[in-house]
Design a binder for this molecule. Structure first.
Ligand code: ZN
Length: 329
């Protein structure tokens, strides 16, 4: 009898024990997309917000009072408009007061920069931001303790250093490999982007990876190099809708990602991707050379071989060249 009571007590304790953070997490579905909008641009309120609402998408708007925010209300939102985005269910994130590129020499100013945005949020009835976007693609792990102390759970960066800034390309976020304070943008929209650029970024959202997308103005005011035309943006959002993507804000990643998990070396995954990219380039170059070599043999044969031999050689080369061409692209 006593033994049964002990077993019963143990079972009760097991079933009532609190779950570890990782056990409460949902598995990351394929096509999980995070939308982010930087720099408090007016069209976030007038254009992007209404389109996102139409589709029921989540998104994070990263707010700064930098550039000409304080005086130029043609190109930048008012705090009342930012508050309206919050009321509409979107996340308001912190992008520093002055759009300060964070580096080891100005860490002493970071707390004040974050606090200024928090204070404005409080004044306008917006919760204290828990997501951060690194301004101007400047990143340093020396800032992690300050961000963590400030209650920041997630911080999004651009596509660099793995990719160059200009094309706006990037890798999908790999929880467990990427540090939650160094979340890469899988795509950072550019005016010359075609649908393929957008789709390439989104299609990375599979096998536990999340496509975090970065936009600026839709349209952009002061920074034309990160402009997205409204018609193009509408096509992008329609693609996400038709392809049944789950579209969320940065804060919603907490459902899928254990933010307490430590990443010993946050730069290891960055270096690994850079190495893989170099290896792929080397293979592509070899294939290109092989293709040129095949072209040369074909040309020589055209001049010297008998017709029957030429036909046979072309039969062998044609599928080979097609394969090489596909891999070289
Ligand atoms: Zn910015």
């Amino acid at each position: 009898m006593k033994q049964r009571a002990v077993v019963s007590l143990v079972l009760t304790l097991i079933t009532c024990a609190p779950l570890a953070a990782s056990e409460k997490l949902e598995p990351i579905p394929n096509r999980l997309v995070v939308l982010t909008f930087d720099d408090s641009v007016k069209s976030h309120f007038t254009v992007a917000g209404p389109i996102l609402k139409k589709y029921g998408f989540g998104a994070t708007f990263f707010i700064t009072e930098g550039f000409t925010f304080k005086t130029n209300k043609k190109d930048y939102m008012t705090w009342e408009e930012i508050r309206q985005l919050h009321d509409d269910g979107f996340e308001i994130g912190n992008h520093t007061r002055d759009h300060m590129g964070v580096n080891p020499s100005n860490l002493d100013k970071l707390k004040e920069q974050l606090q200024a945005i928090d204070d404005q949020c409080k004044k306008h009835g917006i919760p204290k931001p828990t997501s951060f976007a690194w301004p101007g693609n400047s990143i340093t792990d020396k800032a992690f303790p300050i961000l963590q102390e400030h209650g920041i759970n997630f911080a999004r960066r651009g596509g660099s250093p793995e990719h160059d800034y200009d094309p706006g390309r990037g890798y999908a976020y790999q929880p467990g490999e990427d540090h939650p304070l160094l979340i890469p943008s899988a795509g950072d929209a550019r005016p010359k982007w075609k649908m393929k650029d957008f789709v390439d970024a989104v299609l990375q959202a599979k096998q536990g990876r999340v496509a975090v997308l970065q936009f600026h103005g839709v349209p952009e005011g002061e920074h034309p190099w990160v402009h997205t035309p409204q018609e193009q943006f509408e096509k992008y959002m329609r693609y996400l809708y038709l392809n049944k993507c789950k579209v969320i804000a940065v804060r919603d990643l907490a459902k899928y990602v254990d933010t307490t998990q430590t990443i010993d070396n946050p730069w290891a995954i960055v270096r690994k991707r850079q190495q893989e990219f170099q290896d792929q380039l080397a293979i592509a170059n070899k294939l290109r050379h092989a293709n040129q070599h095949a072209e040369e043999i074909e040309r020589q044969c055209e001049e010297t071989c008998r017709p029957q031999r030429r036909r046979r050689l072309f039969e062998i080369f044609k599928p080979l060249r097609q394969r090489l061409f596909r891999r070289c692209r």
